[in-house]
Design a binder for this molecule. Structure first.
Ligand SMILES: Nc1ncnc2c1ncn2[C@@H]1O[C@H](COP(=O)(O)OP(=O)(O)OP(=O)(O)O)[C@@H](O)[C@H]1O
Ligand SMILES: O=P(O)(O)OC[C@H]1O[C@H](OP(=O)(O)OP(=O)(O)O)[C@H](O)[C@@H]1O
Length: 211
């Protein structure tokens, strides 16, 4: 039997993902060591391998078949636009993709003005403004602390993740429009889905029974 390989994002979703796998009897003790710098872990008995990558790289590993299965946020799936199957909503990592800014920016959106949009998610922002709202905007790609952009005058609004809303509140910003709800999803390589259908289907059934 060949190894089934799982790609997990090493950020916020990792702990809950491992807890969920543990509930269905898939454990990888080694992965829980917070001091470890090791990136790939093997469970010989179950013939499974797990590796930790940057979240946005999970869909890449899965598309190319370097991983059979991945767990990643819906935001990353939408942004990366990789060829894969999204098969299960795990129901954790819940948050929303939103257009945010100071209250005063509301009228700029309403009047479809040519505004600047700062974001870590340029593809999601483009799709929302160009295809859904038919509003021409300038997209400015940032890599983090997106809420800074409207405060320092880099952009009028941002497209970013909102979970509790604390970051917005503490910076005098608010949700202006909601783009879509987000949560952690299981993704599967398109060839693995056929070649390893039985094993993958069993894992998905087990996961569904505990979420
Ligand atoms: N408050 C939140 N902020 C950001 N992401 C969240 C939040 N709540 C849940 N998530 C989900 O967790 C996923 C992982 O987020 P995390 O911040 O750990 O890594 P990342 O932003 O993908 O990568 P990095 O921070 O290393 O650039 C996100 O893609 C999103 O789906
Ligand atoms: O609604 P809240 O609960 O405040 O969470 C949302 C914030 O958390 C994320 O940032 P993160 O901590 O990943 O830092 P980053 O902006 O540097 O990526 C996200 O980009 C928001 O800034």
């Amino acid at each position: 039997m060949r190894y089934l390989t799982f790609a997990l994002g090493k950020g916020r979703l990792a702990k809950k993902t491992l807890e969920l796998f543990e509930k269905i009897g898939i454990t990888c003790e080694e992965m829980k060591d917070p001091d470890s710098r090791k990136l790939i872990f093997v469970n010989e008995e179950l013939k499974l391998k797990f590796f930790l990558s940057k979240g946005p790289d999970v869909p890449t590993y899965v598309e190319y078949g370097a991983a059979d299965i991945g767990v990643v946020g819906k935001d990353t799936i939408l942004e990366e636009q990789r060829k894969l199957y999204e098969v299960l909503d795990l129901g954790f990592g819940k948050c929303r993709m939103c257009v945010c800014g100071p209250a005063g920016a509301r009228k700029l959106l309403k009047h479809q003005e040519l505004i600047r949009v700062a974001t870590k998610y340029p593809n999601i922002a483009k799709d929302y403004f160009y295809n859904q709202k038919h509003q021409t905007v300038e997209i400015i790609k940032l890599n983090g602390s997106i809420e800074l952009a409207p405060i320092v005058g880099l952009s009028e609004v941002i497209v970013d993740i909102v979970e509790t809303g604390s970051t917005l509140r503490e910076n005098g910003l608010e949700v202006l429009e909601e783009i879509c709800p987000l949560s952690a999803r299981v993704v599967v390589n398109q060839v693995s889905m056929k070649m390893e259908n039985e094993r993958i289907a069993r894992i998905l059934t087990d996961l569904k029974s505990v979420i």
